[in-house]
Design a protein around this ligand. Structure first.
Ligand SMILES: O=P(O)(O)OC[C@H]1O[C@H](OP(=O)(O)OP(=O)(O)O)[C@H](O)[C@@H]1O
Ligand SMILES: NC(=O)CC[C@H](N)C(=O)O
Ligand code: SF4
Ligand SMILES: [Mg+2]
Length: 459
């Protein structure tokens, strides 16, 4: 069970770049918002892969001398929030295999393989011995079991996978990157000096001063070999379906996915929410950080002033020890505080990006009332979340979702808000412009066969 909505994973790779491990470290740091559970880097030098990984944030897992021990011009890295398989050490990525016959190979994966159980059974029958329980390990075993050159084996392995995946593979001095046929998870490449970088999000390139990048298309396959990048495909692309939650919540506003900037998308959702909203209000506030862009969009379209109504303590991380009951009773809130001057006596439009269990919105409505807000109108910059995700986001059962159990009016009552509105899936697709979206957790339109996971839906 999750407490709130959690990020998923991020992958970053360097090919033909001096001190690749250190550059990967900086890349992972920019992707930290996608996973705070564990972090790892695998660097290759003369065909040998050395991996360093551990639980926690990238800055806590790596120290300078350790990074220096990761030699080589190629490296891949991963920040993890587990979705399949537990948080145990064996599941931390990159996952590496050493073999005298096939050499060293490392894999880093963001997403979730929906036919994992079927593949695992088949691989075990053929003699594969798994180190852990993560779905990502299946990719490594498939590569080992296939025949041909490393590139051919990686391509054949990719073609066996169903679900959501942005994957990096390293071995034999080469790097491979591929993306699922719907493009559910983002992945981009960029030129850097004499080499290349690959990243889940383009924000990681920009911190390196790179502003030109290219999306790996759905079903696309990149081979970095002999100092060059060759683009091909391992399977025909399906209709593009980028995870809508990437735009709504996960990705950083400065990232661009499928040519659509995340901040721009969020502003558009705010604008759509404001259109036709006839509520009488004085100010618009957003829940920092992920809904600030939507709140700005709402403010611009409605002509109502945007205010800093809430301040976030950025140092409350996942490992933060929950306050004692006594502190809770005294009203100590560790994560968000209202700005009384901004909301007192006012009718407030409060924008958040999503409601999962309703905990956050309910808490904020109360905080704003205590701070003297006269009316609170909650506007959510996404549709009602009703169904689980099997593509790499930890919404695993529908019972966890307030939107599955209650009508919008019942949710409004639970939140103690004066009014509540969501977007429709159609409006969300409109906000995405040219990018095709997955909206399955809102409307059930899963774009792949769900294999054993379909049981979760029928229960
Ligand atoms: O309905 P709930 O179960 O409370 O979940 C919804 C909240 O979870 C996310 O925020 P979160 O606090 O996880 O992180 P953030 O600070 O990055 O927005 C999201 O932005 C919503 O605010
Ligand atoms: N959130 C993710 O993308 C996780 C990747 C993979 N399924 C894991 O659990 O390690
Ligand atoms: S089901 Fe929802 S969270 Fe999962 S990939 Fe689709 S849009 Fe994203
Ligand atoms: Mg939030």
């Amino acid at each position: 069970m999750f407490d709130e909505l959690h990020e998923e994973c991020g992958v970053f790779g360097c090919y033909h770049i001096p001190d690749a491990a250190s550059m990967t470290y900086y890349g992972l740091h920019s992707l930290q918002h996608r996973g705070q559970e564990a972090s790892g880097i695998a660097a290759e030098h003369d065909g040998e892969i050395t991996v360093l990984k551990g639980r926690g944030l990238t800055v806590d897992v790596f120290r300078k001398p350790e990074l220096a021990s990761l030699e080589g011009v190629n490296a891949i890295g991963h920040v993890r929030y587990s979705t399949a398989g537990g948080a145990e050490a064996a599941n931390i990525q990159p996952i590496v295999s050493h073999s005298s016959r096939l050499g060293d190979v490392a894999v880093a994966h963001n997403g979730q393989i929906v036919n994992e159980k079927e593949l695992r059974r088949e691989l075990e029958e053929k003699g594969a011995i798994f180190q852990g329980t993560s779905d990502s390990e299946v990719i490594l075993h498939l590569i080992r079991m296939e025949e041909g050159t490393l590139e051919e084996r990686v391509k054949k392995a990719a073609a066996r996978l169903e679900g959501a995946f942005a994957v990096l593979v390293e071995g034999e001095g080469k790097l491979f990157a591929f993306r699922d046929t719907h493009g559910l998870r983002p992945l981009s490449t960029a030129r850097f000096q004499d080499g290349w970088m690959v990243s889940s999000e383009t924000c990681a390139f920009e911190v390196m001063g790179i502003y030109d990048s290219e999306t790996v298309p759905a079903g696309g396959f990149c081979t970095f070999e002999d100092g060059i990048l060759r683009r091909s495909s391992y399977r025909e692309a399906d209709a593009p379906r980028v995870c809508a939650m990437e735009y709504i919540y996960f990705a950083r506003p400065d990232s661009v996915i499928e040519d659509v900037n995340v901040h721009k998308f969020r502003k558009e959702t705010g604008r759509i929410l404001a259109t036709g909203d006839d509520v009488q209000a004085d100010v618009v506030i957003g829940v920092p950080d992920s809904s600030l862009s939507a709140a700005i969009g709402y403010s611009e379209a409605s002509g109502l002033p945007f205010e800093t109504g809430l301040v976030k303590n950025r140092y409350v991380g996942r490992t933060f020890i929950q306050p004692t009951q006594e502190m809770r009773d005294r009203g100590v809130r560790m994560k968000l505080s209202p700005v009384k001057e901004a909301v007192e006596g006012k009718s407030v439009i409060m924008i958040d990006d999503s409601i999962v269990r309703g905990t956050t919105s309910r808490r904020i409505v109360r905080l704003l009332r205590e701070a003297g807000a006269r009316e609170i109108h909650v506007r959510i910059a996404s549709p009602v979340l009703k169904l689980p995700c099997f593509y790499g986001v930890d919404i695993s059962t529908k019972e966890e979702l307030i939107g599955h159990r209650m009508t919008v009016e019942e949710i409004r009552e639970y939140l103690e808000a004066d009014s509540l509105r969501f977007m429709t899936p159609e409006q969300l697709r409109f906000a995405a412009g040219t990018a095709g979206l997955c909206t399955a957790c809102f409307d059930g339109s899963y774009c792949t066969d769900l294999y054993s996971y379909s049981e979760v839906l029928s229960n």
